[in-house]
Design a protein around this ligand. Structure first.
Ligand code: MN
Length: 179
């Protein structure tokens, strides 16, 4: 099953399991009913930011929507241009409560993330290239090897203002309670 098809099935199943109509799911996630329907029918591949809104609205880990990673993995999620490429490095384990991603952002790329669930903590480490990271309205420039931990439950953005791709890792720690 390809990545887009997997995403479509997962979203549809999750919504049905919760007994939600498309309208109710739209209210819960802040993503339009039309967009949710398109994703479920595999007619549209959402941006990483949209996928995060859905994960947050349903209170599930982001990696739930990606083809499960069993190393060595090639479960790349490559939404439209200007966005990020996401590869889960480890499968989500509810007892450990984290997602660990490898991310690539093309030159000129910008990914604006809405706030994740309350208590989510992100840890970003730059592997190669230079990453601009915006946290609470302030931009930070992270060089290769630089790292930063921040509260993911507030809006934040990732940007590549350089001429070469930036590759970074992000560990998303989800709060233990309620999961
Ligand atoms: Mn984030």
């Amino acid at each position: 099953m390809d990545v887009a098809q997997y995403l479509a099935c997962t979203l549809k199943k999750l919504r049905h399991d919760r007994g939600l109509s498309l309208s109710q799911a739209s209210e819960q996630t802040g993503v339009s009913k039309a967009m949710l329907g398109q994703i479920e029918r595999n007619e549209s591949s959402p941006t990483v930011a949209t996928l995060w809104k859905i994960a947050t609205g349903f209170n599930v880990p982001f990696s739930l929507f990606l083809v499960p990673a069993s190393p060595p993995t090639q479960a790349l999620y490559s939404p439209p241009l200007q966005d990020m490429q996401v590869e889960p490095l480890f499968p989500f384990d509810p007892h450990l409560g984290f997602d660990y991603f490898s991310l690539k952002l093309t030159p000129g790329g910008l990914s604006e993330s809405s706030a994740h669930d309350v208590g989510v903590i992100e840890h970003v480490v730059v592997i190669s290239g230079i990453l601009d990271l915006q946290i609470e309205g302030r931009w930070y420039q992270l060089q290769e090897g630089d790292r930063r931990q921040f509260a993911g439950d507030r809006a934040h953005s990732y940007r590549n203002s350089q001429a070469r791709e930036v590759h970074f890792h992000s560990l998303i720690h989800y709060p233990v309670s309620g999961r």
